[in-house]
Write a new protein. Sequence first.
Length: 259
Amino acid sequence: MKKTLRIGHIDLSFHAASAALVCTVFEKYGWQVEMTASPHEEMFKRYGKGEVDMLISAWLPASHDVYLAPYQDNTVKLTVLYHPYCIWGVPDYVPVSDVTSVEDLLKPDVLLKMEKRILGINPGAGISRFSRTMIEEYQLADSGYYFENGSEAACYSTFEQAVSEQRWLVIPLWHPQFLHHRYTIRALEEPKGLLGGQDEATLIASKSITETFEPQLLAELQALAPGNTVISELDYLICRQNKTPSQAAEIWHQHHYQE
């Protein structure tokens, strides 16, 4: 009888990519994996209720620590898959001499060119929380800027459309993310330190399930660390090459994975 593992991942494409990589490890050892997805905060609540055995992934400490904290005592941190960090970015054709930092968004000449809507993703994402704070702390609203939550697709396509038309805009983004695989997006300096710094994308699981892992399986999980560039590449395969997460993971394993 196959052992069953319930993996939950945050409902964004690059989290699905990470989950697919983890899934291939378990399938190699004969496990049956049940995969489900939910938005950020909801997924951590499901993990806390025991609806999933493993969560991919907790960005610690800045982005998701507040969500994981109630369940910390029953959690094992298995590996750091990559090192994410949030940015406010602009397309590379926006001159550095005009816009170097977030504070430069308030320059009179920049206000004439820069779009005032800063479109992000769902409200529970760390970048969304940080962005709302930045609008307030940098007093950007006084000059007409505003942050708006949107879908993944809307956020990304808005940026791609703006680039095709060479328009100036700010995108609240993060590394790793598939847009970085195709575009050069310059991170704005952010002197107030409101974007959370660099996190560790940590593969977490309940203590009870990790006790059932074979030693070789556990060792392989602990060695799994694809990094930002690989996750961005997988995310690009999923979002712009129409691969499923499992297909993208298989491509990566064929080209990069060493037994």
